[in-house]
Design a protein around this ligand. Structure first.
Ligand SMILES: [Zn+2]
Length: 451
């Protein structure tokens, strides 16, 4: 069930999207239609897209929604973030493992309270929409109620959700531990209850990471992933040096961190591994062979000092790459901030990500790693009408200086990563947010002093 129903209309705007990875397949993957039209049906899906002049007669009588002087892109997709960590962004700490113990685990243990979970889920979903994110692959907590509330919040806003109950049965505070058996039973019950209830919900088997799951629990996670072949699998890998050492101590017989997951059937083409900063060449080869994906989370990696992800090495090995904000290790919900940080991190490897590459990751690329690409990620007929309307920032003289020097779509998109545009967000053909009139504080010019 979806709260607001779409009515059919034709959006007229400058439309821009990618239908494949521009890094591998070049500029032809980018579709830019300055005088474009997109017909959106009552079912919330794109019925037709192309030049406004070529709009078929069948859509001629549909009401028109005019968004000239804007750029319309597919809604952004975030492939890795944690909804229960919304309240601990930017909490002072040291490295990953300390940060988890000090802030994350106590915060997450509150989510057994359904009222609390529902309140944070609503704030979280609204924040994503505000920044232009229309679907996401999200970590919840061990509590079934938290996932139920998250799924309801996304559905009410027409958003797509890939998520699952987190499984963790050791190395955390007692209030944040389940067991192998309860992880299996509760996950199965949630798959059977939520997937039929919500059209845009897909279950992800979710062992937090190897440190917090026993072998018995990883085994049931693998069993669930195999028993329900539609499920995704999400976890963390190779984020920090201390984490990798701990995994090696806990699993002394496995040759690598990835081997731990592989032994339990968790390395598949439906698997999303967050971070992958310190992944070895052998692990990359295995991920590529399995069709598994890594999710780059740059603001989290620099905030926690975890390391610098290498896009080129993963691409060369053939690993699919997604991108995420990893709230609350990450520091901002905005895809523009995440893309900016990805650019900076890549520079440490002497690589320069073009705007087309980062925006592709944040749209169709993420849809592909989440296996939702037949439904979202580009402005293509048949997909959900999830899109963002982007306008230049206002009341920002420095942004104006920068943007008046822009000559191409690519340059404008690149600059937006540093001077975020005002965003209007639509899901399933329904407008969900109104861009703020004043995004940035008005800067007054200091009057010249008379002497
Ligand atoms: Zn994470």
């Amino acid at each position: 069930m979806n709260a607001a129903a779409s009515s059919s209309f034709v959006l007229k705007a400058h439309l821009l999207w990618w239908d494949d990875d521009p890094y591998f397949h070049g500029h032809a993957t980018q579709h830019s239609v300055p005088k474009g039209a997109m017909a959106i049906g009552e079912d919330g899906r794109i019925a037709w897209v192309g030049e406004a002049d070529a709009l078929p007669e069948a859509f001629g009588a549909w009401p028109s929604v005019d968004r000239h002087d804007t750029l319309v892109l597919p809604g952004f997709i975030d492939a890795h973030l944690h909804f229960p960590q919304s309240g601990i962004i930017g909490a002072y700490g040291t490295d990953l493992l300390d940060w988890l113990d000090t802030y994350t685990f106590p915060e997450e243990s509150r989510f057994g309270d359904r009222v609390h979970a529902a309140s944070i889920a609503a704030t979280f979903a609204d924040a994503l929409l505000y920044y232009g994110v229309t679907s996401a692959c999200v970590f919840s907590t061990i509590h079934p109620a938290a996932l139920e509330e998250l799924a309801a919040a996304f559905d009410a806003r027409g958003m797509g959700l890939v998520s699952g109950k987190t499984a963790m049965d050791r190395n955390a505070i007692p209030t944040l531990q389940d067991s192998a058996q309860s992880a299996y039973d509760e996950s199965k019950a949630l798959i059977e209850a939520l997937e039929p209830r919500y059209e845009r919900f897909d279950y992800a088997v979710t062992p937090r990471f190897a440190i917090t799951s026993t072998e018995a629990q990883l085994e049931v996670c693998g069993a669930l992933h195999a028993e329900f072949p539609q499920t995704r699998m999400q976890t963390h890998i190779n984020e920090s040096a201390r984490e990798i050492q701990t995994v090696a101590q806990l699993f002394p017989n496995d040759a690598s961190y990835l081997d731990v997951y592989d032994r339990f059937g968790l390395v598949t083409d439906r698997a999303l591994f967050a971070h992958g900063i310190h992944t070895t060449p052998a692990e990359m080869t295995r991920m590529a062979q399995a069709g598994a994906s890594v999710v780059h989370c740059p603001t989290s990696n620099t905030f926690l000092g975890s390391g610098l992800f290498n896009p080129g090495a993963n691409r060369e090995a053939g690993v699919n790459i997604g991108i995420g904000c990893d709230i609350g290790g990450g520091t901002h919900f905005s895809p523009f901030v995440t893309m900016q940080e990805a650019y900076k991190v890549a520079r440490f490897h002497d690589q320069s990500l073009r705007a087309a590459e980062t925006y592709y990751w944040h749209t169709l690329g993420n849809a592909r790693v989440m296996k939702t690409h037949t439904d979202t990620g580009s402005l293509s007929a048949g997909k959900w009408a999830d899109f963002v309307v982007l306008r230049d920032p206002i009341n920002d003289p420095i942004a104006a200086l920068r943007l008046e020097r822009v000559e191409t779509d690519e340059q404008r998109l690149f600059a937006y990563q540093f001077f975020a545009p005002r965003v209007e967000t639509w899901t399933r053909g329904v407008q969900r947010t109104t861009p703020p009139a004043h995004r940035r504080p008005h800067l007054k010019t200091t009057p010249a002093r008379r002497t």
